[in-house]
Design a protein around this ligand. Structure first.
Ligand code: TYD
Length: 208
């Protein structure tokens, strides 16, 4: 059996990820592609408990980073790797690019630490377990802020100041520029039908 494919979705809070995730899963289902939808931080019972802490509990920045990777280790072992091995696609709402964007870009923590954590958690013989395709939904900060202001109560990350999110966005775009084959930047400030047409084209090129 061939291994499943691994897709992640990224973007600023308020970029519209949830809407695009729903469209993507319906699109894969229409094509008969068996897939597992999951999210980070979270995706396992322990990971969801860590998520609740991460989104609400104040903590040392290093603790935040370590808990992100602790949740990820569990998620890989229990959900992502078994699904891929069974030939299912995995669609993950955020993965390690979010850590580089939020913890390294936003928080300013040292890159080298994260490269080491990434190797420890995702390293396998022959390389890293990582998404083959990452859809980065990019919007200007003002758009993401306006969308968040209309929503529910904000979590610990969403309450950060504008300069934090400017750094997060810049970090995402820099990662995309460094890995343009894997990370596809989608201008998510456009009307939904234009975004969906682009997603369909990207997926067609990816076999989905
Ligand atoms: P998010 O995925 O946006 O969920 P929701 O749509 O329910 O708000 O929220 C997760 C938050 O966690 C988001 O603000 C980004 C943050 N995060 C990190 O800081 N680092 C990470 O590695 C991950 C996966 C998420």
């Amino acid at each position: 059996m061939s291994r499943g494919r691994f897709i992640s979705l990224e973007g600023l809070d308020g970029a519209g990820k949830s809407t695009h995730l729903a469209w993507l899963t319906a699109h894969l289902a229409d094509r008969g592609i068996d897939h597992r939808v999951t999210r980070e931080p979270g995706g396992t019972p322990l990971g969801e408990q860590l998520r609740a802490l991460l989104l609400e509990q104040s903590m040392h920045l290093d603790t935040e980073a370590l808990l992100m990777f602790a949740a990820r280790r569990e998620h890989l072992a229990q959900v992502i790797e078994p699904a891929l091995a069974a030939g299912r696609w995995v669609v993950c709402d955020r993965f390690t690019d979010a850590t580089y964007a939020y913890q390294v870009g936003g928080r300013g923590l040292p890159l080298a630490t994260f490269e080491a954590l990434e190797r420890a958690v995702q390293g396998r013989p022959g390389g890293l377990v990582e998404p083959e395709l990452t859809l980065l939904f990019d919007v200007p900060l003002a758009v993401s802020r306006a969308r968040l202001a209309n929503g529910r109560e904000l979590d610990r990350f969403e309450r950060e100041a504008d300069d934090f999110f400017e750094r997060v966005r810049a970090a995402y775009l820099a990662r995309a520029a460094a890995a343009p084959q894997r990370i596809r930047v989608v201008d998510a400030s456009r009307p939904l039908d234009a975004i969906q047409a682009e997603l369909a084209a990207i997926l067609a090129g990816f076999g989905g």
